[in-house]
Design a protein around this ligand. Structure first.
Ligand SMILES: Cc1cc2nc3c(=O)[nH]c(=O)nc-3n(C[C@H](O)[C@H](O)[C@H](O)COP(=O)(O)OP(=O)(O)OC[C@H]3O[C@@H](n4cnc5c(N)ncnc54)[C@H](O)[C@@H]3O)c2cc1C
Ligand SMILES: *[C@@H]1O[C@H](CO)[C@@H](O)[C@H](O)[C@H]1NC(C)=O
Ligand SMILES: *[C@@H]1O[C@H](CO)[C@@H](O)[C@H](O)[C@H]1NC(C)=O
Ligand SMILES: *[C@@H]1O[C@H](CO)[C@@H](O)[C@H](O)[C@H]1NC(C)=O
Ligand SMILES: *[C@@H]1O[C@H](CO)[C@@H](O)[C@H](O)[C@H]1NC(C)=O
Ligand SMILES: *[C@@H]1O[C@H](CO)[C@@H](O)[C@H](O)[C@H]1NC(C)=O
Ligand SMILES: *[C@@H]1O[C@H](CO)[C@@H](O)[C@H](O)[C@H]1NC(C)=O
Ligand SMILES: *[C@@H]1O[C@H](CO)[C@@H](O)[C@H](O)[C@H]1NC(C)=O
Ligand SMILES: *[C@@H]1O[C@H](CO)[C@@H](O)[C@H](O)[C@H]1NC(C)=O
Ligand SMILES: *[C@@H]1O[C@H](CO)[C@@H](O)[C@H](O)[C@H]1NC(C)=O
Ligand SMILES: *[C@@H]1O[C@H](CO)[C@@H](O)[C@H](O)[C@H]1NC(C)=O
Ligand SMILES: *[C@@H]1O[C@H](CO)[C@@H](O)[C@H](O)[C@H]1NC(C)=O
Length: 596
């Protein structure tokens, strides 16, 4: 069934921000931590990391009351945090207690720049601090996952029918502009997704400029379309315009289950092995730095694409020479752990915009406007607070002649349903730092969504508190660089098009005097940063075998973004929820000989 959400200027007078009754139940689970040190109190599954993957697995596996599941999260509980619940506050979570403050190492491919790479550090992981875009992407990507892993269930048709749809339900929204949705792409799952009620003011012009200049039509990227333009489906509740995320969608369902425990402030420092079998985890409590051990029949690592390879290496599972150099006793020599790291990365063109556009500067630098905006949000769940620092987007291929001219067979031969680039914008300044006073800036950007080059992660010492070395290798091949240069020029011409003219005051970065390819390459490297979508560092097929088990070891699986073998073509979170749902089915099949 296809539907258009019609233009209705409705008075949505429901009072927002009322507390859900399930919060009270939830609090029982995040109270005093009781260590599980009694060895006879061995649990069936300990899951490390409460991001979307960890939460989906914990909820699915603990549906059987005879199975004990413990989910351990290093970060805090942000249930009541405004920065998590209110979409416009999303950027404030970086460099906060809710984020791991990682960065790439200085990258030779970026003239030595070392872009930050924050990851989620709280109940919900990245799903608590991301910019709430929810999209799937080109079907051929999932077919490639199936080919690389040998898991036929990862093929698009299967993942779409059995996992993607099960994660979510689409709630229709009353909006003041038309947005296309293909309702048959959604199911009856716990995560609520919807469309935004309000626009930043940079949209709709930007959306129409993307469509016109890239020759695209509007699509629902959750329904098997890799290429097109969209206002973007988001993980947001239309009732009160708050973020929906893994803690609430999956965690709250577990509140009454005696066989499930969720603990935050519990940093797992090592997985314990007897021979090749994982038998325990060692963890440190944030409350007092005390160390404890929990025994488990099985350990599932869901610590994210940076956290999972880091924990495995700290536990002696990884490239042998690297571990030996750090005096870490080697349990298993698995050279591919930490390698195959892919990330979406992008480059920015900053423009100053007219006062009608709701930029973060306009909202947060003016106390009067801020108070008005808050009031509007609490009254009607509309306005600038409903927008997560970003807006509509589009995906496109680089023209064949441009790829051919650079001998870029990698991008040329990618399946035709896959875009190379994603164009979007943020309402905050990404490049100028500190942000110039009294200039309202938008960061338009173009991302490489099918990079050819991969990077790798290594430890920077054997202390669990030390951040790993992340060699992200952005724009790390001549083809990648050629593709992004084309995209960067295209983005600039879109911003200079007649549709955008009424909104743009000036180009702030790189600036009008930057014109040659050499100058533009320097600018796009200078402004290069992450989309926060790292994947592949504990890859299916390479490191993980059947049923997400680490090859060569027993009692240990890895299920999260690190298992994703090649990048998707759109934002990442939808894929992690679906992959974990698929993994839970595989684990149940493995355990019971059937899926439930
Ligand atoms: C700033 C930001 C913006 C993003 N924007 C979007 C977006 O708009 N749309 C989109 O689709 N995707 C977005 N993403 C990506 C998306 O959120 C992630 O892909 C997704 O959260 C990954 O899920 P995961 O379960 O694999 O790992 P994570 O979400 O990273 O969860 C892993 C969890 O494990 C915990 N952990 C790690 N190590 C340990 C340890 N040793 N002991 C205990 N716990 C540990 C971490 O604290 C974390 O909570 C964004 C991500 C970020 C960070
Ligand atoms: C928003 O609504 C949901 C669902 O009714 C509720 O659980 C949640 O507590 C509300 N959020 C806030 C911040 O009030
Ligand atoms: C990230 O940085 C913030 C601000 O400096 C800090 O409060 C927070 O503890 C850091 N996060 C982690 C996980 O160390
Ligand atoms: C809508 O989604 C279904 C899958 O649920 C798909 O078969 C159909 O082609 C989609 N329609 C359009 C117009 O994309
Ligand atoms: C635009 O796209 C349509 C298909 O959607 C195609 O038929 C047409 O040739 C394209 N035009 C240009 C100028 O590329
Ligand atoms: C735990 O140890 C770290 C140093 O490693 C210290 O900064 C922190 O304050 C300690 N926390 C507590 C609660 O003692
Ligand atoms: C601040 O916001 C108020 C209320 O919207 C507006 O009247 C005023 O002009 C704004 N001030 C500046 C400096 O933009
Ligand atoms: C900007 O935000 C204000 C406050 O929420 C809102 O009233 C206004 O409609 C927004 N402007 C646009 C163009 O959406
Ligand atoms: C592409 O390959 C041809 C033939 O090998 C070579 O002559 C040409 O210089 C190459 N072009 C680029 C941009 O590498
Ligand atoms: C910014 O604008 C305000 C209000 O117009 C003014 O008082 C202030 O001096 C300006 N700041 C700068 C650095 O120009
Ligand atoms: C690695 O650790 C050393 C100290 O052991 C430190 O000086 C260096 O800055 C760290 N490297 C990175 C990239 O964090
Ligand atoms: C461009 O102009 C800026 C600001 O005037 C200046 O700092 C920069 O050096 C110029 N760059 C080039 C390549 O001319």
């Amino acid at each position: 069934m296809i539907r258009l959400i019609l233009v209705l200027l409705a008075a949505c007078s429901t009072k927002a921000l009322a507390h859900s009754p399930s919060l009270a139940d939830w609090d029982n689970h995040s109270g005093q931590h009781k260590p599980f040190e009694n060895p006879s109190n061995e649990v069936d599954y300990v899951i490390v990391g409460a991001g979307p993957a960890g939460f989906v697995l914990a909820e699915q596996l603990s549906q059987d009351p005879g199975i004990n599941v413990v989910l351990l999260e290093a970060g805090p509980d942000g249930t009541h945090a405004k920065s998590i619940n209110v979409p416009a506050y999303a950027p404030f979570n970086q460099n906060s207690q809710y984020a791991w403050n990682y960065s790439s190492t200085p990258q030779p491919t970026l003239n030595g720049a070392a872009p930050a790479l924050a990851q989620g550090h709280c109940l919900g992981g990245g799903s608590a601090i991301n910019y709430i875009a929810y999209c799937r992407g080109a079907p051929s990507v999932y077919d490639e996952w199936a080919d690389l892993s040998g898991d036929e269930e990862l093929r698009w048709e299967s993942l779409f029918q059995n996992d993607f749809k099960q994660n979510v339900r689409y709630e229709a929204v009353v909006s003041d502009f038309q947005q296309y949705v293909n309702e048959s792409a959604y199911g009856d799952g716990p995560l609520i997704v919807s469309h935004t009620k309000s626009l930043s003011g940079f949209d709709p012009a930007y959306q129409y400029a993307l469509r016109a200049n890239l020759n695209l039509t509007e699509v629902d990227m959750n329904a098997g379309h890799g290429i097109g333009a969209t206002w973007g489906v988001q993980s947001i509740r239309p009732s009160n315009s708050t973020r929906d995320y893994a803690l609430e969608a999956y965690g709250w369902q577990m509140a009454g289950r005696q066989n499930a425990r969720i603990e935050h402030g519990v940093w797992v420092t090592r997985i314990g092995f007897v021979g090749k079998r994982a038998t325990s985890v060692t963890y440190v409590l944030a409350t007092d730095n005390s160390t404890h051990v929990l025994n488990a029949k099985e350990v599932i690592v869901s610590a994210g694409a940076i956290g999972s390879p880091k924990l495995l290496m700290l536990s002696g599972v990884g490239p042998k020479a690297h571990l030996e150099a750090l005096d870490i006793p080697v349990v298993a020599d698995i050279p591919d752990i930490g390698s195959n790291l892919y990330d979406h990365h992008f480059s920015v063109i900053e423009v100053e915009v007219v006062p009608s556009v709701n930029t973060t500067a306009k909202i947060f630098d003016n106390a009067t406007f801020l108070a008005e905006t808050m009031l509007q949000y609490e009254d009607s769940a509309t306005g600038a607070f409903t927008i997560p620092d970003s807006g509509s987007f589009a995906t496109a291929r680089v023209p064949n002649d441009v790829l051919l001219a650079a001998n870029d067979t990698f991008h040329l031969t990618l399946p035709a349903d896959r875009p190379h680039l994603l164009f979007q914008y943020s309402t905050g300044p990404f490049v100028t730092d500190p942000a110039p006073a009294n200039r309202s800036l938008i960061s338009a950007f173009v991302a490489l969504v099918q990079p050819e080059a991969s990077g790798y992660i290594r430890l920077n010492g054997s202390d669990y508190r030390t951040n790993p070395l992340i060699h992200s290798n952005y724009y790390g091949s001549p083809g990648d660089l050629n593709a992004i240069l084309w995209g960067y020029k295209k983005l600039r011409s879109i911003l200079q098009s007649s549709i955008m003219a009424p909104l743009i005051v000036d180009e702030v970065f790189p600036g009008k005097n930057i014109t040659t390819d050499e100058e533009l390459l320097a600018a796009l490297k200078y402004s290069a940063t992450t989309f926060h979508h790292p994947v592949g560092s504990v890859s299916l097929g390479k490191v993980l075998g059947k049923d997400f088990r680490v090859k060569g070891l027993e009692g240990i699986r890895v299920v999260d973004s690190s298992a994703i073998p090649v990048e998707v073509t759109c934002h990442l979170q939808a894929n992690v929820y679906a992959l974990a749902h698929r993994a839970a089915r595989a684990i149940k099949q493995d355990r019971y000989g059937r899926e439930s």
